[in-house]
Design a protein around this ligand. Sequence first.
Ligand code: PLP
Length: 425
Amino acid sequence: MSDRKINFHIQKSSLRRFYNYGRQLIEQDDIDAVLEVLKSDRLTQGPYIEKFEEALGRKFGAKYVCAVSSGTAALHLTGLALGWKKGDIVITSPITFLASANCILYSGATPDFVDIDKDYYTIDVNKLEEKIKDYNNKNKKIKAVVGVDFAGQPCDWKALRYLADKYEFQLVNDNCHALGAKYYGSEKYALKYADVICHSYHPVKHITTGEGGAVLTDNNKITEKVKILRTHGNVKDFSLFTLHSSLEQGSWYYEMQYLGFNYRITDFQCALGISQLKKLDRFVEKRRTIAKFYDHEFNNDIRFIIPNVKKNCKHSYHLYPLQINFDKLSNNVSLWRGIKGENFSRNNQIKVEFFKKLSKVGINCQVHYIPVHLQPYYRKNYGFKNGDFPIAEKFYEREISIPIYPSLSNKDLKYIANTIKSLLS
Ligand SMILES: Cc1ncc(COP(=O)(O)O)c(C=O)c1O
């Protein structure tokens, strides 16, 4: 197709359309659930928080759950409850949202990264063991690993658990992308391997509470600490009081024993969460159907690399990370204006133009993620640089997250896939 024809085809079929890479699906029963709480006496610190926590515990096989105000808050409090402190080394993947790494900084610990597996984009367990051995050779131990089930694909949790036992470190699953995923047939896999798991219920995730998150664990001590830190570090249980412990106190009495935060989630958010959780399986199934459509559209085309799925996993497709093989695009691709430069800059220029054109026709893609170690803060304070994690950096160069969420129709999907293919012709 000529440029003019492509533009005409895209413009004609794009009238009034707008597609984000992800979005929530709120139905009437979700709205009713929220309204009920809004009309009640307690908007926050009421009964829906525990109800939501219980429902999460049942769904994900966790003995103890603490719902909080965001996934970031969940990770922050997890690090504190696990006792991370200055001098501890905590490792995560560079291909993740900032929060998976920032939670290490919040506790004063030192962050480090291990490159991703080239086929599945989760932390490379062989490289992780090499890194641990390097530390051991310098008489250093690592404190914890935050595994990220990137895009909805579980990490190699069996290997991570094995390493955690062998080298005695704590294992956290940043499970924010992977609600509804399965590992060796189990949807409750996360706590079979990790000591703590963290969720996010941001609107682009599988289910939403607006903002929100949770810490799930089988360890009561961790949940107790997280619950105290969620509300300013205040203790209300008289058996834990350190002052006046022998005297009965009034009902107003509390003790601030730690420096905590206000990371509470509201009751109306939890009512929404309870309603949404019932739909998780349906939402994830729809995401899988969309992924199958995209797989079919972009497979066997040298311009694209579709996301692989590990043998014993069922992906839950928070994201559909499509990679564009920019190196294989001809220099005649209409998006390249022929400005000379290094390979990366040519590819980056095409990607920038590609995003602009997509956005003009109502398709708002994203890139997940700029490798965390390349962020100025991490470079400046921890000395990371280009080339430190080459697989992650190459993945970043190629990746685009294309729209995937339950309300997309077949017509929408065809339009999105055709537009992407036409723009890259
Ligand atoms: C992998 C990962 N971890 C943590 C978070 C933080 O979650 P929240 O946005 O709810 O704070 C996100 C959010 O996008 C995420 O993608």
